[in-house]
Design a protein around this ligand. Structure first.
Ligand code: PXP
Length: 242
């Protein structure tokens, strides 16, 4: 199971003061040296954290690869085609949200997503669709030819109580099997941390986890290398116990 380290919130901290530090590029390189399998970053339309120059610098410098999260807009499509990351994860984006609140509505915009996916695929970019654990959405993603989906784990992470968490986890597990039976590569992410990652890491069809906020937060206290090591150990212990 692979870990994509999302470094957006290194940029959040930098932008809070308009300084040049902490550097998302430095974080990306440090993360790779200490076990990140690749670097995930979200170029939001409002540029609240990652900026265009971060994407360009990180894409040039990484030794693994980048997974560029972006909205379904012509501007972002142009960015992706210029940068040519190995992966693009298409996410829904609302300006006022604190973070990506729900999955992409693939059913409602199947043709548009199919067109973007084809254009990106022709440029050699692997497309992932960030969706909720919902069979209709997964089927729509498979039907339009997306090779990868990322299941949104936010509702699981934010569950108010044990019963709701168990229910959300079961939905993620069923969705992961449903998707892999349809030939999709299945990733997952959002809101995962050292305390809630184990049950998700045990779901066998899930190939990769993308984790950001909790890792960067933990890095404030124990450093980024130790935070990544702790996360990878927890993921691998969970997976090897299945
Ligand atoms: N996956 C996707 C598609 C995301 O949009 C995000 C947030 O940028 C993450 C994973 C990581 O979420 P978190 O920062 O809560 O770990």
């Amino acid at each position: 199971m692979l870990l994509g380290v999302n470094i957006d919130h290194v940029a959040t901290l930098r932008n809070a003061r308009g300084t040049v530090y902490p550097s998302p590029l430095e974080a990306a390189l440090l993360a790779e040296t200490h076990g990140a399998d690749y670097i995930t970053l979200h170029l939001r339309e409002d540029r609240r954290h990652i900026r265009d120059d971060d994407v360009a610098a990180i894409a040039r410098a990484v030794r693994t690869h980048i997974n560029l999260e972006m909205a379904l807009t012509p501007e972002m499509l142009d960015h992706a085609l210029a940068v040519r990351p190995r992966d693009v994860c298409i996410v829904p984006e609302k300006r006022q949200e604190i973070t990506t609140e729900g999955g992409l509505d693939v059913l409602a915009q199947q043709q548009k997503i199919a067109d973007y996916t084809r254009t990106l695929a022709e440029a050699g970019i692997r497309v992932s669709l960030f969706i909720d654990a919902d069979e209709a959405q997964i089927q729509a993603a498979a039907d339009l030819g997306a090779p990868v989906i990322e299941l949104h784990t936010g509702a699981y992470a934010d569950a108010a109580n044990h019963n709701e968490r168990a229910q959300r986890l079961a939905q993620i597990e069923e969705a992961a099997y449903f998707a892999s039976e349809r030939g999709l590569i299945v990733n997952a992410g959002h809101g995962l941390n050292i305390h809630n990652v184990t049950p998700v890491a045990k779901i066998l069809p899930i190939a990769e986890l993308n984790i950001g906020h909790a890792l960067i937060a933990q890095a404030l206290f124990i450093g980024l290398p130790a935070a990544i090591a702790q996360m990878k150990e927890t993921m691998h212990r969970a997976r090897s116990a299945v």
